[in-house]
Design a protein around this ligand. Structure first.
Ligand code: NAI
Ligand code: CS2
Length: 490
């Protein structure tokens, strides 16, 4: 258990008066990323700028058993974040959590009540792309999603994230409380719009007047978030224990890099995040697209092909010159031309990403990044592919990425070992794989997934042909050699 006694010299601990903090942000999704990103930013503000913005952390889903929330409560709501670089480590104990709740222990009503505390001005979210119950290809609410079906029948006992937020909005409106803003910090383009769409579309079906209230009163600022935070492993917990001199089951390890670009559109105030290094802007989309396509797009390429090639971590991929080249070429030749960023040196950005991927102190597994591909491909690769189809330009690495994903979801690796596919659409993927023959037919079957590829891409002969070509290359040569050939092709 983490305590502030006997921590190693140099550890940053909260020296500010924690009783000054008020619960002004309720956060949904107390995952590794939030703990090392938004919460750290709030901690810097409390420590260095007398901020009183404290957090209530919530787990709203039906599967969370409260391990982290209970451990946090035992540690006086404290946990550690360790930045890992090849040159050394640095640890900070975060003190801004005031409250922590989880559905299966505290009940959803307690969580909704926490969101209805008068001081609460912001609901923030990191629940992975699939937590929004939206269709990645269209951005619309999935109305036949089991959790949405449940929430339409039981709006007072919601299970979905849109349903929980809607219940809190309704309760606050009925109590005459000021509205809050809802800020997604998940890796989706226009994540604010996605969140507004799903919440408003659910409201339309339940109570159109509430949908009107939302349109008039609630804002959904978009954000671009960046910090590489691998899932903790037993090995990482051991390192942490050695470093801290005590176990911290809520502790996380992350890279030193931090970036947060926020659309400045809050109805009831916000922390002065800019004082802790965030950028507040009018339009986040160009930043989101840059990060999603250059960073996340190359991450996914490395994840599928790297996994197939037997590379366990992103830093292992970086030791293969062809993989490093593939990531850099994807960023600069196939993603950068599609972007609308102004005054950003994209070559320097690409080089900084490669340097971050080479950090061997963080062990970011290709398998972790390969999860939930159906939720990630559209914003990371497919919009860029559409751009190339319109512009008549080459997209060989993007096509190889799609082929790598198809090979991966085939469920058997290059050594004949099974791959456990972690994806909300895994049943549908397995059905398509089982009903198609290996080769061209497999590609055609997977590309028929309209909720991922839309109506247009499956009909593009050029797209289909390029993916089939890349897939045949993967089958014939294996991932290592296929990457090498595509990189050398110019
Ligand atoms: P994690 O696995 O540690 O946490 C995921 C969180 O989402 C957990 O709190 C879980 O309970 C919650 N969740 C999952 N499905 C849910 C659902 N259906 N309803 C409600 N809650 C649900 O993952 P991590 O690392 O915190 O990442 C979460 C998201 O943060 C990512 O998917 C991404 O969108 C964003 N992100 C992550 C980064 C990273 O490097 N880990 C960096 C930038 C953004
Ligand atoms: C990764 C991201 O898991 C993934 O899909 O690409 O979580 C990535 O680590 C972050 O977006 C970096 O900010």
């Amino acid at each position: 258990m983490l305590t502030l006694d006997h921590l190693p010299e140099g550890t940053l601990i909260p020296r500010y008066d924690r009783s000054r903090l008020r619960t002004r942000i309720v956060h949904i999704g107390f995952g590794a990323f939030h703990r090392s990103h938004q919460a750290v930013c709030a901690d810097i503000l409390a420590a260095e700028h007398h901020s009183d913005w404290g957090y209530c952390e919530c787990e709203t889903n039906t599967f969370n058993q409260g391990e982290l929330v209970n451990a946090l409560r035992q540690q006086d709501m404290l946990y550690s974040v360790t930045e890992m670089a090849d040159s050394g480590l640095s640890t900070r104990v975060v003190g801004v959590v005031k409250q922590a709740l989880y559905r299966n222990g505290d009940g959803i009503d307690t969580i909704i009540a926490a969101m209805c505390q008068p001081d609460v001005a912001i609901i923030s979210i990191t629940v992975t792309e699939k937590g929004y119950c939206y269709q990645p290809a269209t951005g619309q609410l999935i109305t036949d999603h089991p959790a949405i079906i449940h929430d339409l029948a039981h709006p007072e006992d919601p299970e979905s994230v849109p349903g929980v937020i809607l219940a809190a909005i309704r309760r606050r409106r009925d109590a005459g409380l000021a509205p809050f803003s809802v800020m997604s910090c998940d890796n989706m383009p226009e994540n604010g719009h996605v969140t507004r769409n799903v919440v408003t579309q659910l409201a339309e079906r339940l109570d159109p007047a509430l949908a009107d209230y939302i349109r008039a009163n609630i804002t959904f600022p978009s954000t671009m978030v960046d910090r590489i935070v691998p899932a903790m492993t037993a090995e990482a917990f051991n390192t942490l224990k050695e470093k801290l001199g005590c176990a911290d089951p809520v502790g996380v390890e992350c890279e030193p890099f931090f970036q947060w670009v926020i659309e400045d559109n809050f109805v009831s105030g916000r922390p002065e995040w800019e004082k802790a290094g965030a950028e507040l802007v009018a339009d986040v989309l160009p930043f989101e697209e840059m990060k999603l396509r250059m960073l996340n797009g190359s991450h996914s390429l490395l994840a599928y092909l790297g996994y197939l090639a037997g590379y366990e971590h992103i830093s292992d991929c970086m030791e293969d010159a062809a993989f490093l080249q593939a990531a850099r070429k994807l960023m600069l030749d196939e993603q950068a031309p599609t972007l609308r960023t102004e005054n950003v040196d994209l070559v320097a950005y690409a080089d900084s990403l490669i340097a971050r991927y080479q950090n061997r102190a963080i062990r970011h597994r290709t398998y972790q990044i390969a999860t939930d591909g159906t939720q990630k491909l559209p914003q990371r690769w497919l919009d860029s592919i559409r751009w190339h189809l319109n512009n008549g330009s080459r997209f060989d690495l993007l096509a190889l990425g799609v082929a790598g994903w198809i090979r991966y979801v085939g469920g058997v690796d290059e050594k004949g070992q099974p791959i456990e596919i972690n994806d909300p659409m895994h049943e549908e993927l397995a059905r398509l794989v089982a009903s198609s023959q290996e080769g061209e037919a497999r590609v055609t079957a997977l590309l028929s997934l309209k909720s991922v590829f839309g109506d247009d891409l499956p009909d593009s002969t050029l797209f289909r042909e390029k993916v089939i070509h890349a897939y045949q290359l993967l089958l014939k040569l294996g991932a290592k050699e296929a990457v090498r050939q595509v990189v050398m092709a110019d």
